[in-house]
Design a protein around this ligand. Structure first.
Ligand code: SF4
Length: 319
């Protein structure tokens, strides 16, 4: 099959947008390994390993970079990413074996770096909860973000990890506008439920933050939207606030997002294509101005970012 990742041409006709979600299919699979060693740790990321529980994500965000990996697995229908979810049913025993290996270097693990660990499949399979018990048993530190308040179910075990080894939990927030949320994160839990989850994490003494990721050009990059998010972070008292701009890597991701724009935000279609051209990111000038805007509002509202404190032994290049 042709690898769209390598292509630079864009043909919006090959995707349809999932406007009419049907039943989700869970496909149980077995894996040989659990932890994935990050090739270049400690750049902008504070972790050495990643651990993914599910492949595909029911939240169905139209810009999700993981659409590409699902395509690569052989799921060629553009809806499959949010409708056919692979579940790694033997993951916990493999993880237990890997963490029991005395030669394994202990370091931070990012849970669900590719897809959301608390997507709806987690209600049934509880892989995140079971994995946390393994991390707590071996005193390994964990960091992750989610668009679901299901995380509150696991406050007890997250607190144990936080006290024993280190734990940082973020809610990923793209917008505070419920109308926009329907476009940006069609099957994620409501904004208010995620903010409430942050309040509960904070009250439980678990380090928590907001991931303003991605900031979407022409959709969520306004002064008003960014200031409102920073203000919310200050009001809740989260410990960190990290952000990044929309990355559109490869034709699978670009195709789905551009088609979603064409369907839901027609006026933004042409200018977004122009901004990204055939690039993964917008031009440097756009990114520089955007990041300065975020910094300005963090300063205006006196936000104290403790992100680096949690990973004081790491040389982080961003945030
Ligand atoms: S919640 Fe995250 S992993 Fe899931 S679809 Fe949205 S961006 Fe992708």
């Amino acid at each position: 099959m042709t690898d769209p990742f390598l292509s630079t041409s864009y043909s919006p006709s090959f995707v349809e947008v999932d406007d009419n979600p049907k039943e989700v299919e869970y496909i149980e699979i077995k894996v040989k390994s659990a932890l994935h060693h990050v090739r270049r740790p400690y750049g902008s990321n504070p972790f050495y390993y990643t651990l993914n529980l599910y492949r595909g994500c029911r939240h169905g965000c139209p810009y999700c970079f993981a659409r590409y990996s699902h395509w690569f697995l052989g799921f060629q229908n553009s809806f499959d990413f949010q409708r056919k979810i692979q579940v790694k049913v033997n993951l916990i025993e493999v993880l237990e074996r890997e963490l029991s290996n005395p030669r394994r270097k202990k370091d931070w693990v990012s849970l669900g770096a590719v897809t959301d660990p608390y997507q709806p499949a987690e209600k049934k399979y509880q892989l995140a909860r079971k994995a946390f018990h393994v991390f707590a048993k071996h005193s390994w530190p964990v960091v992750f973000s989610s668009k679901s308040d299901l995380v509150i179910r696991d406050l007890d075990i997250l607190k144990e990890i936080a006290d024993k080894a280190g734990c940082a939990v973020a809610m990923t927030m793209t917008t505070l506008d419920p109308a926009l949320q329907k476009f940006l994160e069609p099957h994620a839990v409501s904004i208010e439920r995620r903010l409430e989850a942050l309040r509960k994490l904070k009250a439980a003494g678990i380090p928590c933050g907001i991931h303003l990721m991605p900031i979407i050009p022409f959709v969520t990059d306004t002064d008003e939207a960014i200031e409102a998010m920073v203000k919310t972070a200050v009001e809740i008292g989260v410990d960190y606030f990290v952000y990044n701009v929309l990355r559109l890597r490869g034709e699978v991701v670009r195709g789905y997002y551009f088609q979603a724009l064409k369907t839901h935000q027609k006026d933004l279609f042409q200018k977004t294509i122009k901004l990204y051209s055939s690039r993964t990111y917008p031009p440097d000038e756009y990114i520089k101005n955007l990041f300065e805007k975020v910094k300005l509002y963090r300063e205006k509202w006196g936000f104290q970012n403790r992100w680096r404190e949690f990973f004081s032994d790491k040389q982080l290049s961003l945030f």
